[in-house]
Design a protein around this ligand. Structure first.
Ligand SMILES: *Cc1c(COP(=O)(O)O)cnc(C)c1O
Length: 480
């Protein structure tokens, strides 16, 4: 992050003065965002800090180009430089993850998942129907055949991890498009261990017979055995789709290898690029050869036109992720999560699953007699940025919740190590043990209001500032 900092500082300052000449409020917001990020203890497990090179790559005229289609096969003229950009991004993604095929266009993680679902439906439902009917595309179908195909689309099933135990909305949650386009059933975790119960999952899958088995999570603090997931998918003839949005950085950095690396086992893998992978905000799909041509139909069938400037930034970030320092970073993310978990455990906090072996920790706020909402707010008052999250069988529901999710990717990017994360655990416990729920008007314990003992917020902020000062964000980048 340091090599070209002085040059980058000039670039950002010049850029901001150009922006300010048109709309100063936007330049101010950009400056203020950096100022805030610098002084907050960012523990949001899905956030990170992209490199200056990655950030600088986003703002340019690649954004002005329309490039629907795929590399070398666009619906617009003059896409040779976008082709070059997308090819480099895809090459880095394939090499980094050892994937047969990579598609760098999705604008976000959710978009990447939609591309994956779309590709699976086309490969496994539409394509066989077309061959059976001797048609090349759906345009060749008779009205009756088209209706029959649409009816077949409507009977497809997906099985993903329940939102309640850490799955993502897009894994079949009913209000989400994934839960509406598919019949869905979710799998939970074992009530005692809070871990995925693969035997039960196998039995449920045999009963439900999904077209798609989804593995991956947003708030499950453990590694997944993708060899087991593959066996389960094979036992029921399902496509294995892995959403590694949260933990792609640990795969890229070779912390998750063997059966914990999804790429050799999955048919399709989707990810974000801005979480543990530390790239620009965006998505990525990896696929086996079987699914490649269907993934390629993502734009314009599911996605809007590619954001070529963002694909360029993905290429830069993926190049960084292929270096030795990124591996060191990824290992530190995992080691630091251990330290954070141990720090909380030894101070008496209950952790979902009893610990972590990835980059995130989910702790139970009922330890402190608080809802997740109260804990999240009290921590924020003290400058500690987290997010509330439900825990399995949450007594306070999905809005107030009884958990807080924290992760190590962002602060590890600043240079925090095990000692600093132990201190972070101490700050969290200090704040929450000084927080009291405010009783609601009906005499029940309130779920949102709380009081934080005098002086705790300012003392915590001061201690956090000391830590953060030792590990400046974008050191040397002084805005004028
Ligand atoms: C964050 C996340 C997504 C969504 O990513 P966006 O870029 O916000 O669309 C999808 N799946 C999982 C598992 C995630 O954690």
């Amino acid at each position: 992050m340091t090599d070209h900092t002085a040059t980058a500082a000039h670039a950002f300052n010049d850029t901001l003065s150009v922006i300010a000449s048109v709309e100063p409020r936007i330049a101010d917001a950009i400056r203020s965002e950096l100022a805030d990020q610098r002084v907050s203890l960012k523990l949001i497990a899905s956030e990170n800090y992209a490199s200056l090179a990655t950030l600088l790559t986003m703002g340019n005229w690649l954004s002005d180009k329309y490039a629907e289609g795929t590399i070398g096969h666009r619906f617009y003229a003059g896409c040779q430089h976008v082709d070059a950009v997308e090819a480099v991004a895809a090459e880095h993604a394939r090499e980094l993850f050892g994937a047969e095929y990579a598609y760098a266009q999705p604008h976000s993680g959710i978009d990447a998942n939609l591309v994956a679902y779309w590709a699976i439906l086309n490969a496994r439902v539409e394509s066989p129907a077309l061959s059976r009917l001797g048609a090349r595309t759906v345009n060749d179908l008779t009205e009756a055949d088209w209706e029959a195909l649409r009816a077949e689309f409507n009977t497809q099933r997906v099985m993903g991890m329940s939102l309640d135990v850490g799955g993502h909305l897009t894994h079949g949650f009913r209000p989400n498009i994934s839960g509406k386009m598919f019949h869905q059933r979710s799998y939970g975790t074992d009530p005692t261990t809070e871990l995925i119960d693969y035997d039960k999952l196998l039995a449920d899958a045999k009963e439900f017979k999904p077209l798609i088995l989804v593995a991956g999570y947003s708030a499950y603090p453990r590694r997944v055995n993708f060899a087991r997931m593959r066996e389960i998918a094979d036992a029921v003839g399902a496509v294995l789709f892995v959403d590694m949005a949260h933990f792609a950085g640990l795969v890229a950095g070779k912390v998750f290898t063997g059966e914990e690396d999804p790429v050799p086992y999955a048919d399709i893998v989707a990810t974000t690029t801005h979480k543990s992978l530390r790239g620009p905000r965006g998505g990525l799909v990896l696929a086996t050869k079987e699914f490649a041509e269907f993934v390629d139909k993502g734009c314009p069938m599911v996605l809007g036109g590619p954001l070529s400037h963002m694909m360029a930034a993905k290429a830069v970030a993926l190049a960084e992720a292929r270096t030795r320092p990124f591996r060191t970073y990824a290992q530190a993310v995992a080691d630091n999560a251990q330290s954070l978990a141990e720090g909380l455990l030894k101070r008496g906090v209950r952790l979902v699953t009893g610990g972590t072996d990835n980059h995130l920790v989910l702790f139970d706020t009922t330890t402190f007699g608080l809802t997740g909402r109260q804990a999240e707010s009290a921590l924020l008052d003290a400058g500690v940025v987290t997010n509330r999250n439900s825990i399995p069988n949450d007594p306070n529901g999905a809005w107030y919740t009884s958990g807080v999710r924290i992760g190590t990717p962002a602060l590890t990017s600043r240079g925090f190590g095990a000692a600093e994360f132990d201190e972070v655990a101490d700050l969290i416990v200090g704040v929450l043990s000084s927080t009291l729920p405010v009783t609601a008007s009906n005499g029940q314990p309130g779920k949102a209001k709380y009081t934080l003992a005098d002086g705790v917020a300012s003392r915590t902020k001061a201690r956090a500032a000391e830590l953060l000062d030792k590990f400046p964000l974008y050191p040397g980048l002084e805005l004028t």
